[in-house]
Design a protein around this ligand. Structure first.
Ligand code: NAD
Length: 350
């Protein structure tokens, strides 16, 4: 049996408690470790299955472990002495990845299943799970004039095949660890996160990074055209990484959100064509658009309904897409140049 901590203890302020972040070699996990470090937390254990050399960013001072968390013993080791656990490890990518590699996506269920059990046995006070907007009913997302998805729209369930169903099931695991075993769990459904230090090449990158890279490539090569997946009318909202890590912290430490899944996303809606236009504007170039109607494109439209998060936290992700994309574009441009010069860059080796 897990040794439970008192429900009323405010974990957020305990700088002596050990924070465990999984998926820390990737985009959001790496940013979360840095966020807590910058807030003054010094006991941080970062875990990812990638070799340390391949982590996107590493925060000096944090304990870094390279372990495959689909193995139970590794989850036990990862959770030793944990005060709080943030589980961000998952096999994931943009539409090109999740539509092609459903088995990999589904197998992430092993990570959350072992991690919840290990966290509970270790007596962790709080457990965070990174769910996704892909958990929502796809029937509601067939129109590019997207209705904003509210939390109750996950049921009746008809999630994205593979990736979305894994998230939905794992959400339920978290909820039952609270209901039956008393471990406080927190679930955020992220909507498209982007920003510096994210995957930008290799097949797992998501639309904002992919479009920035394509604009940069077109400029550099002088071939002023761009391939767009689908007709470009698909709509999405995009959340800047700084908003994401701040939101995770706020959600994890809000009592009213124990075992209550909540949207964590921007409510500023953009079409892919508008995203291309913004990236062109930032890059100072206009490209000939070629549409690949056979490419993976996901649901037609999706936005985050932020009514609930505004009510419960009095806050919502608010970095304007234009500002966040500018930072991301310039970071990718630097990565692109560094790679050309033979320097080390963020690489997808997952
Ligand atoms: P990422 O791919 O950059 O990071 C995920 C990390 O998990 C990778 O470094 C990978 O090596 C690691 N990992 C995968 N399987 C593992 C295993 N068995 N053991 C140990 N480590 C393992 O992705 P990200 O964008 O940082 O996403 C983090 C979390 O947020 C994931 O759960 C993802 O599903 C969720 N999410 C992300 C987005 C987004 O837009 N980025 C949207 C919705 C949900």
């Amino acid at each position: 049996m897990g040794t439970k901590r008192q429900a009323s203890e405010p974990a957020a302020t305990n700088k002596d408690g050990l924070i465990v972040v999984t998926g820390a070699g990737g985009f959001i996990g790496g940013a979360l470790v840095r966020y807590f470090w910058n807030k003054g937390f010094r006991r941080i254990r970062a875990v990812d299955r990638k070799p340390l050399y391949d982590w996107y960013q590493r925060t000096p001072g944090a304990e870094c472990l390279s372990m495959d968390l689909s193995e139970k013993e590794n989850c036990v080791r990862a959770c030793e002495d944990a005060w709080e656990v943030y589980n961000l490890a998952a096999d994931m990518g943009g539409m090109g990845f999740i539509e092609r590699f459903r088995v990999e996506c589904l197998r992430s269920v092993l990570v959350n299943t072992h991690m919840t059990e290990a966290a509970w046995r270790a007596g962790a006070g709080r457990y965070f799970f990174s769910s996704s907007a892909c958990a929502y009913n796809t029937e509601l997302q067939k129109n590019p004039r997207a209705i904003a998805l509210k939390e109750s729209d996950a049921y009746p369930a008809m999630a994205e095949r593979g990736y979305g169903w894994e998230k939905l099931f794992s959400e339920m695991v978290c909820q039952e660890y609270w209901a039956e075993r008393g471990m406080k769990t927190y679930v955020a459904r992220f909507h498209n996160v982007y920003g510096p230090w994210g995957t930008w090449d290799g097949g797992r990158e998501k639309a904002p990074a992919a479009i920035c890279r394509k604009v940069i490539e077109a400029k550099e090569s002088g071939q002023l055209e761009i391939e767009i997946w689908g007709n470009g009318e698909q709509t999405r909202s995009f959340m800047f990484i700084d908003d994401c890590v701040r939101g995770i912290d706020m959600i994890m430490h809000c009592e009213a959100l124990t075992a209550v899944p909540i949207n964590l996303g921007s409510s500023e809606l953009f079409s892919i064509n508008a995203l291309v236009g913004l990236a062109e504007e930032i890059g100072g170039v206009t490209l000939q658009r070629r549409y690949d109607l056979d490419a993976p494109q996901g649901v037609a439209g999706r936005n985050s309904d932020n009514t609930f998060i505004k009510k419960v936290l009095g806050w919502e992700p608010s970095t304007p897409f234009r500002d966040g994309l500018r930072q991301t574009y310039h970071w990718i441009e630097q990565q692109y140049r560094d790679r050309k010069a033979g320097k080390r860059t963020v690489r997808d080796t997952a």
